[in-house]
Design a protein around this ligand. Structure first.
Ligand code: CTP
Length: 483
């Protein structure tokens, strides 16, 4: 984003020259934006009818109240971000983001009193979250108020305007706003041609330095293109490729970058998304080991098949498929390469450790499962009890062994639900004196049940008596134990 000394410092001379001399096409200069020229709004569009159709009554009521509160405070309030874009596309989106030209925290306090809600202010960012009694959340930010001409200089602009706020956003389709004040409720604010781009199915940046300001947007461009089946605009693609070629992605904020990659992997068509990331040179520029080669692509296809199989089990469990794809890429690489790739994302120590520990568990489990054919089911169950569902699905996708697929699928569909009926109380009733032996006996009973040696509580008890006989004198006087 066009702010702060650190960002200015990394824009190269070439970038600036290019920015000045390129055909700007429909992009606008910052000067133009702040001076208030170039408002391609043409006729004002009011979409309050669409809001009635797409938004639920509670959200509409909250938005109307926000507009009234703004009016009373002498502010202007706007609905911004993905929800506005999705409204125009007639898609549902539950993320309500507001921007006020004024003090967001003060505004949120008044609004929360009116809505009988709680407010959580973040002073540092001049933002607040309003939380309704039923958990519904509303993010409120102040329209940005400053722009620094040069590192350390005084802010050029001290007026918080919605226009400036929208200008610092990534793409025109995400830079729309809806007025909420009662006099203009439902009017679309479209300074940068977002409505036209939604109609033309185009992902377009607002200015030539957008990818330099925030290289994460390189991946986001593909994310939105794929999500809506849009196309990255010609000039935007040219800028994107330039930024990729210059290696800007390496400067992207690591955890946010990983998050954007995961969003693509969690989308409806992750393979198509990765094909596009590959085609634009984005993956290889991150790390040569990230390239979407045919081997990785095949494993992705296998992950999709296995995930579909899992969904057909109709369990109340929704695995994070993005994690499966991500770990698939990683486990197809050498330990050295995958650690280098992980390093790009600058994750916290604990998060890195937990990711590498998972890789180790997956590899070790696959090794153990190589002998699945010769092992009792209880052993397989105990082994797989320690592995999370996502990783089990990954093992099924990665393995070349039929016996491994069979063992894991049997575990996921049946073995993991088998529960012994006998418990500690039952053992006491049978006359066993409580002690460390209980754990051993109960685990053995569980194994016997998984192996099909016993199939009912009565059989479990008989089996325990036979295999863990009571010593003489034990068990006397206890009633109700056996059947
Ligand atoms: N944004 C941006 N640059 C980024 C990240 C976010 O300009 N690198 C802005 C965009 O205007 C975006 C808003 O912040 O609309 C919210 O970001 P995010 O929640 O990531 O995206 P959404 O547009 O809400 O998309 P989705 O509905 O898919 O979550």
């Amino acid at each position: 984003m066009l702010e702060g000394a650190d960002v200015k410092g990394v824009i190269t001379r070439t970038d600036l020259l290019e920015a000045m001399h390129d055909d700007l096409g429909r992009t606008k200069s910052f000067e133009g934006v702040v001076k208030g020229e170039d408002t391609p709004q043409g006729k004002v569009r009011n979409i309050s009818e669409l809001m009635k159709e797409i938004l639920d009554a509670r959200t509409r009521r909250v938005l109307a109240t926000a507009g009234q509160v703004a009016e009373e405070s002498g502010y202007r309030a706007y609905l911004v971000g993905g929800l506005v874009r999705d409204l125009v596309l007639r898609r549902r989106n539950l993320d309500v983001d507001l921007v006020v030209e004024g003090d967001a925290i003060e505004f949120s306090r008044t609004l929360s009193r009116r809505l009988k809600a709680r407010v959580r202010p973040h002073r540092k960012f001049k933002t607040a979250v309003v939380i309704l009694k039923d958990g519904f959340k509303l993010d409120v930010a102040s329209a940005r108020t400053e722009y620094y001409e040069a590192p350390g200089a005084h802010p050029m602009i001290e007026r918080g305007s919605i226009k400036l706020d929208l200008y610092r956003r990534d793409f025109s389709i995400n830079a729309l706003a809806i007025r909420l004040n009662p006099d203009s409720f439902g009017q679309v604010v479209d300074y940068f041609g977002g409505l036209r781009d939604l109609k033309d199915h185009t992902v377009r940046v607002l200015h030539n330095l957008s990818f330099v300001d925030d290289p994460t947007r390189i991946v986001r461009a593909v994310r939105f293109e794929q999500k809506f089946q849009f196309r990255i605009g010609k000039h935007t693609e040219y800028l994107l490729k330039g930024a990729v070629k210059r290696g800007y992605l390496k400067r992207a904020q690591g955890p946010r970058l990983l998050n954007e990659i995961l969003v693509i992997l969690r989308s409806e068509k992750p393979i198509r998304g990765f094909d596009r990331l590959h085609e634009l040179g984005i993956l290889a520029s991150l790390h040569p080991g990230m390239a979407f080669d045919s081997r990785t692509r095949k494993v992705f296809e296998q992950v999709e098949r296995i995930h579909s199989w899992f969904q057909l089990l109709f369990l109340d469990e929704e695995p994070d498929v993005g994690e499966i794809f991500f770990n698939a890429i990683m486990l197809l690489r050498s330990a050295e390469v995958r650690n280098e790739i992980l390093g790009l994302f600058h994750l916290s120590e604990p998060r890195q450790r937990s990711i590498t520990a998972r890789w180790d568990t997956i590899s070790a489990t696959m090794k153990e499962l190589a002998y699945a054919d010769e092992q009792p089911l209880s052993r397989i169950a105990r082994l797989l009890d320690e592995v999370q569902t996502e990783d089990l699905l990954l093992i099924m996708s990665l393995t070349k062994r039929e016996s491994t697929v069979k063992a894991v699928s049997l575990y996921l569909s049946r073995l993991r639900f088998i529960r012994r009926e006998l418990d500690g109380k039952g053992l006491r009733q049978m006359g066993y004196p409580p002690g460390p032996i209980f754990r051993k006996v109960l685990q053995a009973t569980q194994d016997a049940r998984v192996d099909g040696v016993v199939n009912s509580l009565a059989e479990e008890k008989r089996w325990v008596r036979e295999n863990f006989p009571l010593e003489k004198g034990q068990g006397k006087g206890k009633k109700g134990g056996g059947k």
